[in-house]
Design a protein around this ligand. Structure first.
Ligand SMILES: *Cc1c(COP(=O)(O)O)cnc(C)c1O
Length: 432
């Protein structure tokens, strides 16, 4: 095994990190362990060795049960003792079927056809292909564009980028490369009042009227816009979208890759309003392996089959990976057999009470909580290195972005760990 210094030196020279410069990289810390709601970090730069910190990020929404959960570890090794991967073309296996059963039964009734994809972005690619193929199957090949809203985030591959908020370089940089989609205004914030929802609805009616012959579907993150700014919007907006989709023969896609599996206090936001296509990912495997799923209705499946291809034109090498499916089923069983709603409520209450005083802190523009997600928005872009270092110093792992210091901890986080988390967020806010 390499010494810490060599490991970090090779990493710095050779490995890309998410949205990080290869030539001028910001520092990374070495993870030497992870257990429950804690990570163990080493960073010679700051002089700490195997420091235990409370994880505020759930590894980007995924590790809802924390790390090294004995039940998930066991599910993974059990499946590894059978077989780890086989192709899904022409073959099937119990882990995929058992996961499919769970997904069909835990999501709203009409969503009963399941496509297993290898990451969130790929699931959005598949969902958008389904929309286009459905319209072709219905004899409407000219319908090729998606309606979405500003402030959204749907992933990093091409089609998902095209429906992600075009601010932040995406639009200018990819002009002429990505398909151009139709962007409506950001939905009114939760609590904005019915007048705002009506105004927003009539704005969308105009957008649809202007593009009627070319629109194929609508895609949004329901209720909570995640990486686009961590804003919750009025759930009535989902009713508006459902009605507009029905009225104009558009398929409604909900991207619940971040919101799924209880994070907002709903098992799925799709319980409020049912979409035609649902994408889930991130917490699907409890953060153990990359896996996502696209669920749709029999009606959409039939439409796709009526398109000239007759099949969904997608089939990744690692489709339905048995290890990922086995751990996903175990994670779902853990979730539904726990009182997850109580945990999400407990985290929400403690984050709300703990973060509210920060509203008065210098540089703070807003404080908000939605489900087990706490957000402090600054009036400037966060100094990520300074804020992260300060959080670690206070015993917490955070990864701020843009003007946001935020946390969505594992559901297993204890009350004491939550207090540490709140202190760490405060430290990051003051330093950032
Ligand atoms: C993270 C995320 C994605 C992309 O998922 P990956 O697994 O990173 O490809 C898509 N949509 C939403 C809402 C997300 O939060």
């Amino acid at each position: 095994m390499l010494a810490t210094a060599e490991t970090l030196a090779f990493d710095r020279e050779h490995l890309w990190h998410p949205y990080t410069s290869m030539t001028e990289p910001t520092p990374v810390r070495l993870v030497t362990g992870a257990s429950g709601a804690r990570l163990t970090l080493t960073d010679p730069r700051l002089g700490y060795d195997d420091r235990e910190v409370v994880d505020g990020m759930s590894s980007w929404w995924a590790a809802i049960h924390g790390y090294r959960h004995p039940v998930l570890d066991a599910a993974l090794s059990r499946q590894a003792g059978e077989f780890s991967h086989v192709m899904f073309g022409g073959l099937t296996h119990a882990p995929a079927v058992e996961l499919g059963q769970r997904l069909v039964s835990m999501t709203p009734e009409p969503l009963e056809r399941v496509f297993l994809a290898d990451s969130g972005s790929v699931s959005v690619e598949v969902a958008m292909k389904m929309v286009l193929q459905y319209q072709r199957g219905r004899g409407r090949p000219e319908r090729t564009r998606m309606l979405t809203v500003r402030g959204g985030y749907h992933g990093d591959t091409a089609h998902p980028m095209s429906v992600t908020d075009p601010e932040g370089g995406m639009h200018a940089m990819w002009q002429g490369v990505l398909p151009t989609q139709v962007f409506g205004q950001v939905p009114p914030r939760i609590g904005a009042g019915p007048g705002y929802v009506e105004m927003w609805a009539s704005h969308l009616v105009n957008e649809i009227a202007a593009h009627r012959s070319e629109l194929a579907g609508i895609i949004v993150e329901p209720l909570l816009q995640g990486a686009g700014g961590m804003w919750a919007y009025d759930p009535e907006c989902l009713v508006v979208l459902r009605d507009l989709a029905d009225e104009h023969d558009l398929l409604l896609v909900f991207d619940e890759i971040a919101t799924g599996f209880g994070r907002t206090g709903h098992l799925f936001v799709s319980e409020l309003v049912t979409p035609d296509i649902l994408c889930v990912g991130k917490a699907l495997t409890g953060g153990y392996l990359t896996l996502a799923a696209v669920l749709t209705t029999d009606e959409v499946a039939r439409g796709i089959s009526a398109s000239e291809a007759g099949v969904v034109m997608h089939g990744p090498t690692f489709m339905g990976n048995p290890l990922a499916c086995a751990v996903a089923s175990a994670s779902i069983d853990l979730l539904v057999s726990s009182d997850w709603a109580a945990d999400v409520g407990r985290i929400a209450d403690r984050l709300t009470a703990g973060l509210e005083p920060l509203r008065e802190a210098p540089g703070v523009a807003d404080v908000r909580t939605i489900g087990a997600v706490g957000v402090v928005q600054l009036d400037h872009d966060v100094d990520v290195v300074a804020a992260t270092d300060a959080a670690i110093e206070a015993g917490v792992w955070l990864r701020p972005f843009r003007d946001l210091v935020y946390a969505m901890p594992p559901y297993v986080i204890s009350d004491d760990e939550l207090d540490t988390l709140v202190a760490g967020i405060g430290a990051a806010v003051r330093a950032g």
